[in-house]
Write a protein that binds this ligand. Structure first.
Ligand code: FEO
Ligand code: CA
Ligand code: CA
Ligand code: CA
Length: 637
């Protein structure tokens, strides 16, 4: 990949210091910038009251309030001259911490507390998507609580199933005998948008809500069929107990043994029309089923359209979906079924810097009935198994993709991988593969470090810059690390294979890259997701950050630091680049005794006033901040 192209946008700010111990409980940005709270978990999106943030949250309150754990986001400007002052901020609420929702202290008691359906309904309502009208009034951004466009989509919102797998036997349940409607979208991590004006939300760790309690499949007497169903559940990490949410105890559809096809209805990219409050979210099955992280669009010079996607799990794959039809510039209606017809490919990264896109097409390359794929729908429902068969390259946890606005090169974060090139640890190297402790894959050119704590950013360019290309060139943009880590001086990694990668970042160090976005002037914004406690491997790097990198030179500066034990995720600007929105997810997570052990942000007031008005200590709350430059300029310039 050529480094020759100079981006238009310079990086003009002085970096902020790393948030090392003792940590600052707030968001810091460079001198000359301001960062203020825009909206936090529990803030009302209607004229109804806010959550008081202290008591347990109930479903009906959460249904009109901003959801938990904000993640991927996009800004849709209002048409006309006010698009830089008025728009829809559409964001994901990835997951929730049940003890925070249900007000259970200490948090460890959640595992043994008596659970009710009301508690679970509140949690499900904290998940999903937020469509929020925001505008700038008297120089200050605020939520417009009177907009009829404000909407919550949750873990119980009716969603349509569309595309190749809709109506397939494996998609049918007792509640939905046609396999065409499903309740809710879950664990919506990163996102995408389409050039026809819709939002895409990606279902990531949805497996964790399900439990196969018995290891059985209700109503299945054929042992061979039963085995295939269980194997499919295991390949996607559906196991007994899940992640400990306990929804299956009171909401039976999360019992994967009793409702074995219900998990097949999650793991999709979901398209949402933010401008039509009556529209239903649509699960687009032609784009494949995995732990979707993000879906980034490229339109090439032939008006062909592709979406680049990662499956975020250790040793899973990178994919692209190429739409059959050309983009029609007329508008939404002409493109409304674009995502139902196309070809899904999985990536193979060769050691010589070349790469191939391998098509997941039924009947080809062993994707046959004999090998367990009855038709194209089954190839898509079992995307992971199909990709296994094609010999795609296992990656170090693909997270977000980003597209260079001029070159069209695609960058993708590979956040970390504790199960590569090292001694197997307990558990599988991937979901559902091998037995506990089975061999971890070796390092390779695209994933070059064993027990990779700090991650890397890979990038590729399609041949002839056509999204329909089946070959590409790739390189690694940055290997993350800590140049100040004395344990690793003089070597690329410590021989213990764990601590101390130096990395090759030109500038300020960071690790565990996750959120990734190019602004239209070509600045690359990189957000991180590590423990965020500034200890151990992170003693010098400090808490989580948002970096700004020059993609030509690799020069990287620290733009933003965050409260302890959070994740920085979600970034977008208004079209003029002068207002930036950034998500801060789960501040203070991993509390031991009380919720405010690690963080009291945002209601500690560090980044300006919040909606909280109580006298006792509020819970830490995931929030979106709004960043402006004091001179009114473009963010980053
Ligand atoms: Fe939800 Fe892969 O981060
Ligand atoms: Ca992520
Ligand atoms: Ca992550
Ligand atoms: Ca995370």
């Amino acid at each position: 990949v050529s480094h020759s192209l100079n981006p238009l946008g310079t990086i003009g700010f002085t970096p902020v210091s790393a948030n090392t111990a003792p940590m600052t409980d707030g968001v810091t940005v460079p001198t000359g910038y301001s960062a203020r709270i825009l909206v936090s978990w529990g803030d009302s999106l209607t004229p109804e009251p806010h959550w008081d943030t202290v008591s347990a949250l109930d479903e009906s309150t959460q249904l009109h309030c901003y959801g938990a754990h904000t993640d991927g986001m996009h800004y849709f400007p209002f048409p006309g001259p006010f698009g830089n002052k008025r728009g829809l901020l559409v964001t994901n609420s990835e997951y929730c911490d049940p003890p925070l929702v249900n007000n259970i202290v200490p948090a460890a008691n959640y595992a043994t507390t008596a659970i009710t359906l009301d508690m679970v309904r509140a949690q499900q309502a904290a998940h999903g998507i937020n469509i929020v009208t925001i505008d700038k009034e008297h120089h200050q951004w605020r939520v417009n609580r009177h907009s009829r466009l404000n909407r919550r989509i949750t873990g119980n919102t009716l969603c349509k199933i569309s595309g190749t797998a809709a109506g397939h036997t494996l998609m049918k349940t007792a509640a939905d005998p046609h396999g065409s409607w499903v309740l809710g979208t879950l664990n919506n991590c990163a996102h995408g948008y389409t050039p026809w004006g819709t939002y895409l939300t990606c279902e990531e760790n949805w497996n964790g809500y399900f439990s196969n309690e018995t290891g059985e499949v209700a109503g299945e007497s054929d042992p061979e069929h039963k085995l295939r169903i269980i194997q499919n559940q295991l390949r996607y990490g559906v196991v007994k107990g899940g992640f400990g949410y306990r929804w299956h105890e009171v909401d039976e559809r999360f019992r994967a043994d009793l409702h074995p096809n219900e998990p097949n209805r999650f793991g999709w990219v979901v398209e949402i029309d933010p401008w039509d409050p009556k529209s239903k979210p649509i699960k687009r099955t032609a784009m494949g089923r995995m732990k979707h992280e993000s879906a980034q669009v490229v339109i090439d010079h032939k008006d062909r359209v592709a979406f680049y996607m990662g499956d975020d799990e250790r040793n899973e794959y990178i994919y692209k979906f190429v739409c059959d039809k050309k983009f029609n510039r007329e508008g939404y209606a002409e493109n409304r079924d674009m995502l139902d017809y196309g070809t899904l490919y999985v990536a193979k990264f060769n050691a010589d810097g070349s790469g191939q896109w391998l098509p997941l097409i039924w009947g080809k390359n062993g994707l046959t009935r004999k090998n367990g794929f009855a038709d194209q729908a089954e190839v898509l429902i079992k995307t992971r198994q199909a990709a296994d068969r094609l010999g795609a390259t296992m990656m170090d946890r693909p997270e977000w993709g980003a597209v260079h606005p001029i070159t069209g090169d695609i960058y993708m974060t590979l956040t970390n991988n504790s199960r590569r090139g090292n001694t197997p640890v307990s558990g599988n190297n991937r979901d559902g593969t091998g037995s506990a402790g089975s061999a971890n894959p070796p390092v390779d050119a695209a994933n070059p470090r064993p027990d990779n704590d700090f991650g890397q950013i890979i990038r590729w360019r399609e041949d002839r810059r056509r999204v329909t290309a089946t070959t590409f060139k790739w390189d690694i943009f940055a290997q993350c690390g800590d140049k100040a880590n004395v344990k690793s001086l003089g070597s690329s990694y410590d021989s213990t294979g764990h601590d101390g990668y130096v990395g090759n970042i030109n500038g300020d160090d960071y690790g565990a890259p996750d959120g990734l976005w190019f602004d239209k002037e070509g600045r690359l914004w990189i957000q991180t997701d590590q423990a965020g406690d500034a200890s151990g491997d992170w003693v010098n790097i400090g808490g989580n950050v948002m970096m700004c990198a020059d993609s030509s030179t690799g020069e990287t500066k620290r733009f933003l630091t965050s409260p302890p034990n959070c994740e920085v995720t979600g970034v977008i600007t208004t079209p003029d680049g002068k207002t930036m929105f950034v998500g801060i997810q789960h501040p203070g997570e991993d509390w031991k005794i009380d919720f405010t052990d690690n963080s009291a942000w945002p209601d500690n007031g560090y980044n300006g006033p919040t909606t909280y008005t109580g006298s006792s200590v509020s819970k830490p709350r995931s929030s979106v901040i709004v960043i402006t430059k004091d001179d009114g300029g473009v963010i980053g310039s």
